[in-house]
Unconditional design. Structure first.
Length: 288
């Protein structure tokens, strides 16, 4: 076991117009069974709804948490919002919860920090998570979880299969986040980019037990994109990473890029074929 009182922890709460979800998010933070002083960084990107007002309702409720609010003078976009939030962290460990997600287990932080304390070679600990579609409910988990356990993986694995999947399922070591090249924050960097570059400094550990909910909804930064848009974004990301990493992991990047290109071509072909069918139907109706 670990002495939690000796663990310095920072939690980043990322929010933007999450008034419909933010109560569930922040209550899942406050339910965490972690007995330490915790820095809670509220990185709200100038929400235009009641998100920030709702967050402030919880300030001071739990003596463990010190709420720190980043400037809301203007909207700076999700990547720059993450950059300033990371820079504000003072803890040895950094946990993230995006305002539309939920931590599903009140020992999430404890389980992940213990895993990192016991695996000094690992730069972050990710966990399995529930896929929660707000229209139909829980769709399953990221991977089968069975009786739990864990696995180790590295950058080549993460390039082929972005296993961590989302920030809300990860706890990072702060000293690794500090070593990330700042250029990645000038690019629209999703979790995939942060995790790939973190992996240049060590391995990862993955807990099969699902510890959070990833919410899928029409306004989500990633889930709102079409299948084609997601593949285009992934292809752009690969080219960016290859250039910045100076061609390390070329084979892994190229394999994924080729696969995405083929899949994108199929999507485009289906679209053209569907348009032709629709035009044919409309032409027949007109003739009739």
């Amino acid at each position: 076991m670990i002495n939690e009182r000796n663990i310095n922890l920072s939690i980043i709460l990322i929010s933007y117009n999450h008034a419909s979800y933010i109560r569930e998010a922040i209550e899942s933070i406050l339910k965490q069974k972690f007995n330490s002083k915790i820095q809670l960084i509220v990185a709200d990107d100038k929400s235009t709804d009641r998100t920030l007002d709702i967050i402030r309702e919880y300030d001071g409720i739990d003596h463990r948490f010190s709420f720190e609010y980043l400037s809301q003078e203007k909207n700076i976009g999700i990547t720059k919002n993450y950059q300033r939030a990371f820079q504000a962290c003072i803890g040895d460990y950094i946990a993230i919860l995006e305002g539309d997600d939920i931590w599903a287990n009140d020992e999430k932080l404890r389980k992940q920090i213990i895993a990192l304390e016991n695996n000094k070679n690992c730069v972050f600990c990710s966990s399995n998570y529930y896929l929660f579609n707000e229209k139909i409910g829980i769709q399953g988990t990221r991977t089968p979880h069975g009786k739990g356990g864990s696995m180790y993986y590295d950058v080549p694995f993460i390039i082929k299969d972005n296993l961590p999947g989302n920030f809300s399922a990860i706890v990072y070591r702060k000293n690794v986040i500090e070593r990330l090249p700042q250029e990645i924050f000038n690019f629209k960097s999703y979790d995939w980019v942060i995790n790939i570059f973190s992996g240049l400094f060590g391995d990862f550990i993955y807990l099969y037990e699902p510890l959070s909910f990833y919410r899928i909804h029409e306004n989500g930064t990633w889930s709102s994109l079409s299948v084609k848009q997601k593949k285009v974004e992934q292809m752009k990301t690969i080219l960016f990473c290859k250039n910045l990493i100076q061609n390390k992991y070329d084979k892994e990047f190229d394999d994924v890029f080729k696969k995405l290109k083929i899949e994108n071509a199929k999507i485009s072909w289906r679209g053209v074929f569907l348009i032709k069918i629709i035009k044919g139907i409309l032409k027949c109706k007109k003739e009739i």
